[in-house]
Design a protein around this ligand. Structure first.
Ligand SMILES: Cc1cc2nc3c(=O)[nH]c(=O)nc-3n(C[C@H](O)[C@H](O)[C@H](O)COP(=O)(O)OP(=O)(O)OC[C@H]3O[C@@H](n4cnc5c(N)ncnc54)[C@H](O)[C@@H]3O)c2cc1C
Length: 461
């Protein structure tokens, strides 16, 4: 890693001249607020927090920082779970809080152009007026820039894809201060190298996203929710695989383990029994199609030995059920007031999902670990949530994390399905990518030769 310089008083004045005094902060409150994300990784302070309001400001700050060898870490809203936006080398923390506008809605093209700091929930609230929505949905109100940079996915990815599948064009500021456009507003694109997807998932290490044109979908006319309980995790997981194999095209297919179901029930009043549950959602243009599908789902669940099955097309009840699932993290935190939390993320091919889940359950039992399983099962993606006490159970959780990552890799999966590499998964990159990691280093070197963009992430040091 390159060595970096600290920001001088003169450079601070130059930075403030670019973004404006009101958009430049060295207050302790702003430094602390941007020193850590939602992960378990240690906080680290930046030297200055800036809030650019225009793409050209972003580019100009990068040019200055590049020439002066000052690290720059982009920041969405800090909901990352792998330390992705922690400014581990100090320098400039670039928040997109003040670049959060919808630039243009192209309703007839099912597209919208936005600034990177807009939250996906805020965006969808606006798009509802057009009968459209942006499908990627991580639980938190993450920004579009942070989602694209992490290639965030979530509950609806099983039907609509991840961030990478819902992007057409971006404006990106490079380390040398150039502003480039990658991709186009055409849905089909075959002109040259796919730079658009090079920047997606690059975690702010290759360039800074200053604008994005996203694909949108029509809000479905008919929606149903299904919640089924199973006697064992195995039968719940096999149901997930069977629903995926049935051609039913679920819009969400989520696994919630028995302990988590109890927590949701106690906290959110959704009446779930102490069993592993599968939460599902289906979208259809016609009610009859939806009802036919629900009948098929009921049959599959019964065949798999479901102990309860609840299906609803009632909007209020559906929202209540999904509210519980969406707030499962907060509910878990509230249920363990004396603990800290570590949430791990791996994904495997769907056929290997039962083996992965069985492995996690075995580790939990054999090592007497408290951990909760919750995941986007339809994508073969699981999160294992570890409440821990620093200095007591942290090491145990980290050892389990390591073994689960290695198991996922052995099953043909990945060290991270959606949270990104950040700090925590960097050590697995050589194992997952082999010589391909050298190619990634060459790309990094050519786009960011001084290594100023979000240093300390993605690559093991
Ligand atoms: C309760 C909870 C549930 C979650 N559930 C999910 C889930 O289901 N699926 C999922 O995928 N994730 C989930 N996450 C993780 C998190 O929401 C995502 O990683 C999200 O993409 C982070 O977005 P953010 O705006 O908070 O970005 P940040 O955390 O601030 O930053 C994330 C990364 O993006 C970079 N970045 C930010 N803005 C830009 C930009 N404009 N240009 C270039 N780089 C930029 C940062 O440097 C960093 O590397 C969850 C998090 C929480 C707390």
């Amino acid at each position: 890693m390159s060595s970096f310089n600290r920001i001088t008083a003169e450079q601070l004045t130059q930075i403030a001249a670019i973004v404006g005094d009101v958009n430049t902060s060295t207050t302790q409150a702003d430094i602390d607020l941007h020193a850590r994300d939602q992960s378990h990784h240690a906080a680290h302070p930046a030297e200055v927090v800036i809030f650019p309001t225009a793409a050209q400001q972003v580019a100009d700050v990068l040019k200055l920082a590049n020439e002066a060898r000052i690290p720059v870490t982009p920041w969405g809203v800090g909901t990352g779970l792998e330390g992705n936006s922690i400014p581990v080398y100090g320098g400039i923390l670039m928040s997109f809080e003040r670049m959060a506008r919808i630039v243009e809605v192209y309703a007839d093209d099912f597209q919208v152009t936005v600034q990177p700091g807009i939250g996906h929930r805020d965006l969808n609230a606006e798009l509802a007026r057009y009968g459209l929505f942006y499908p990627p949905d991580p639980g938190a109100n993450a920004t579009v820039g942070g989602m694209l940079a992490n290639n965030a996915a979530g509950i609806r990815t099983v039907k609509y894809g991840a961030s990478k599948d819902n992007i057409l064009r971006m404006q990106v500021a490079l380390a040398d201060g150039r502003l480039i456009h990658v991709g186009s507003r055409s849905v089909k694109q075959a002109a040259g190298y796919d730079l658009l997807h090079l920047f997606v998932g690059s975690e702010g290490t290759l360039g800074v996203i200053t604008e994005a044109t996203l694909k949108l979908m029509p809000v479905p006319a008919h929606v149903s929710a299904v919640v089924a309980a199973f006697p064992s995790v195995e039968s719940a997981v096999e149901t997930v695989v069977a629903v995926r194999g049935s051609g039913l095209d679920p819009a969400a297919l989520e696994l919630v383990d028995a302990a988590h179901a109890v927590m949701l029930s106690q906290s959110d009043g959704v009446e779930l029994s102490e069993h592993p549950h599968v939460f599902m959602e289906f979208h259809a243009a016609h009610e009859a199609t939806l009802n036919d599908g629900l009948e098929m789902v009921r049959e599959i669940c019964e065949e798999m030995g479901a102990v309860s099955f609840r299906a609803t097309t009632d909007t209020a009840e559906r929202k209540r059920l999904w509210h519980a699932r969406h707030h499962s993290y907060e509910i878990m935190v509230r249920s363990h007031p004396d603990k800290q939390f570590f949430i791990m993320d791996v994904a495997v091919p769907i056929s290997a999902y039962p083996e992965l889940i069985d492995y996690v359950e075995t580790i939990k039992a054999e090592r007497d670990i408290t951990a909760y399983l919750i995941g986007h099962a339809g994508d073969g993606n699981i999160h294992v949530e570890f409440p821990y006490t620093p200095g007591e159970t942290y090491d145990k959780a980290m050892a389990a994390n390591h073994d689960i990552v290695m198991k996922a890799l052995a099953l043909g999966g990945t060290a991270t399905g959606e949270h990104g590499v950040g700090i925590g998964k960097a050590k697995y990159m050589p194992i997952e990518h082999g010589d391909a990691l050298d190619v990634m280093r060459v790309i990094k070197q050519s786009l960011d030769p001084n290594g100023i963009l979000n240093p300390g992430k993605v690559f093991p040091e």
